[in-house]
Write a protein that binds this ligand. Sequence first.
Ligand code: ADP
Length: 604
Amino acid sequence: MLKSIRIKMITIYFLLIFMAMVIVGVFMIQQFENYHLGVERNNIISVSGSVAATLQHTDWQLEQQETQENLSLYERVGMEIYVIERNSRFNILASTNLTYVDENATRILEPDLILGSLNGHDMEKDVLAGAQGISSKNMAFPLYDENNRINGVVYVRKDLGDIYQTLDQSKFIMIRATLLALGITIILGYLIAASITGPIRDVTVKAAKMAGGDFDQVVEVKSNDEIGQLASMFNHLTARLKTSLQEISSEKQKLDTILTDMADGVVATDIRGQLIHINPKALEMLSLSREEAKDMTFDSLFSPINQRLTLKKIGSDENGWRGHELLEMRNGSKLRASYAPYRSEEEDIDGVVLLLQDITEHERLEKMRKEFVANVSHELKTPLTTIKSYAETMLEGGVEDPVMQARFLQVIDDEADRMARLVRDLLQLSNLDYQQMKWDPKPVNLKELMDKVVRNLDHSIHEKKHTLAYDPPASALYTYGDEDAIEQVIINIVSNAIKYTPEQGDLRLYLEEEQSTVSLTVQDNGIGIPSQDMPRVFERFYRVDKARSREMGGTGLGLSIAQQIIEAHGGSIHLYSRESKGTRVVIRFPKIKEDSEELASIQH
Ligand code: ADP
């Protein structure tokens, strides 16, 4: 391209100079020719006038010798002069060219000029001689006698060969000058073109480097002309482009970080459904690898999960590319897919952005909340109905027997107790949920606490004729926490073992020191828990056998309260069970040493 600009410029200069030289040359040569011809003509006129003046009104015909001598005076003017008589032979009486004296003039000279001047006219004619075009100038003038009659002709012939030779030389000089000028033009044109194309080439090379991603390009500004302005505009453009690209790249990085680290999945496709972006969370939610997602489209990605999610359907939707759908995944998770269009600058829809939110947990909690309300209502309704019906029966006076009355009142009291227990447990759970438990944390001697619990539950154990095996540890084992809460947990777990073991069961308790924990194991050989119920036993109100649990005064909240208390103390609780074989509950508390600095620091 640059090459062609250079050649174009040189060609233009060349043609301009060539045309100028040709026009000037032709014009000058013509002027030169005209001037010389004019000069020659005037010379001929003056020479012939002078000859005529000498011969006019004289008897020149009779004085041939004298006339010849007169003409000899003109030999050096470089013209051929002929004095022609008016007679039938058109005799040349005298001439500067002696060869033709006494010859017939019409044979040597131009007859029409001779005849014309014999008729009284001044005649003139340029005669072409040969191929070179060298002509001679011929002029003929009449000569008059005393009676003003034409008696002869003065004929002058001037060979113009010299003039044309001079003109040829001039032409040759012009051609040489033209060639020289053209040579200089080519050199100057080359230099001028180079001075213009050089900076352009510099800009082009640097622009190509910029296209390759290297924006550290600066063009040297050498002048203040258009090229210089182009160079400084290029530098300005580079600087602007660099800043803009830096801004864009930093924005992109921010966006990338947001998209990569966000908790929701984001999928973007173009208007044909081709995937443009899918963030790691979306890949995880859709159980896809990046490789698998590479060739997928909007339709192939979503329509197998939800038939309504195709580009065609969401495009023809009344909200137009905007809405949400539920995706039920094979792994059981539920995703809410909200989609919206993104537009070009011309406001045309360019594609769709789809946001995936995992609502499995939300749904689960919502379900739990509903179940909880239903459970609480149900748990309260049963004792309330019993109390109400017993109270009504008594109010109606239907029970007069004091023994029966006492039994009725006992039932009412038991049901009221159950409700009170339920409300107490609910309040405790709520306090645990909102972390509003009023703990009184201090070092707790678990050995002592276990002895106390065993003593307190001794009665119930005996009632059910269970045997209890408990071998207390040799030394005291300490944990740190709220003693009452820890006691409540232990009572609850041991009570469950007592409750859910048929009479004459075998209960075992272990209190053991581990590396950093103290473990308490409560084991029974009772009814156990079916394996399908195992994952749910820590749920609120979950009871394997509702009727049996209720009958035994259980609320179904004990294990979940225990779990929350233990976890609040930094411990853990695990339950292992086999149906009809028995259950083992292992609780671990963080251990502290009685005489340790830790304990001392806590106590202070
Ligand atoms: P509840 O007040 O009904 O005892 P929990 O939350 O303490 O409630 O226990 C939940 C359920 O787990 C009980 O209803 C019972 O079905 C089961 N369970 C708990 N401990 C035992 C155990 N030692 N043996 C068998 N089943 C148990």
